[in-house]
Design a binder for this molecule. Sequence first.
Ligand code: UT7
Length: 328
Amino acid sequence: MTAPYRAAITGLGAYLPEKVLTNADIEKIVDTTDEWIRTRTGICERRVAAPDQATSDLALPAAQEALKNAGITPQDLDLIIVATTSPDMIFPSASCYLQAKLGASCGAFDLAAACSGFAYALAVAEGFVKSGIYKNVLVVGAETITRFINWKDRGTCVLFGDGAGAAVVSRSKDGHGILASYLGADGNESEILQIPAGGSRIPPSAESVANGQHYIRMAGPELFKIAVKTMEQAVLKVLERENLQVKDINCLIPHQANNRILQAVAERLKIAPEKVFINVDRYGNMSSASTVVALYEAVKTGAVKKGDYVVLVAFGGGLTWGASLIKW
Ligand code: UT7
């Protein structure tokens, strides 16, 4: 059955907090070196939200820019989805705070799929628009993930940064837009990347805080291998759905966890390195904000042009992964 409409990204926005934390700054906090961080991850610096900024505060300017670029107002929105693993609080959702700050009056919910959050939220928005249920959906990836970092753990504290990106998903007017989406998950591997406490399994207590269970825990090398394999497979899946090949991709926008992961994915796919968009050097891993901020920058710098085939692919805790094939 052919869907009544095609969904397209009609406006993008991004917001990065002002404070820059360089590798040299981190050298003063834990036993690490700029050289180790650069060679093992490709990261040079990352952004950190100001103490009075929560996730919805980062989401707001990104959302406002995306709405402006799409040429619509908050009142035109039918739904807001905020992909985040670091919401303002357990509830209300960050999306409800964002809805109020924008002055919108539509439905709003958060989506938790860790670093794959934006890919998941984009696929949900695509479904609503494609089916004709909604005309305009605001999809945001926003994180203040540095609040959940153990600054004594050199294995994780060098990796993450804060930021937000937003996309308006509307009915395509010219046939361009999202051609295929693919989502995957493996809950059996949930312990590889998690924040163990703060939920119903381990509620906050003096003991959970003393044990540092409210911080991100990660089995880096295991995750590395799975990330490379699943991102490669997710890219191939969306291409397959439209009978396209890797050589047809003009720009690959991968989740920015580690430059070595991006190189390994590129090698496995045999895609030219210049087609892979990279900004992990400037922002580190911003979890669900990474892919949308990368897409925003790729469009802004001309790495993505009208008519290009763009593949967005992400991987993260859950485990989760997902990809979208877009005709820009
Ligand atoms: O967004 C979700 C997806 N996230 C990911 O996919 C992350 C995937 N994993 C990775 O990116 C990498 O595994 C890391 C960057 C986290 C770690 O890199 P690695 O090359 O896998 O290092 P490792 O964990 O195997 O550690 C190698 C060595 C160890 O020392 P020994 O045991 O060989 O003496 C670590 O203690 O590097 C040491 N090390 C560090 N040294 C200096 C770990 N972190 C640091 C550090 N500075 N920051």
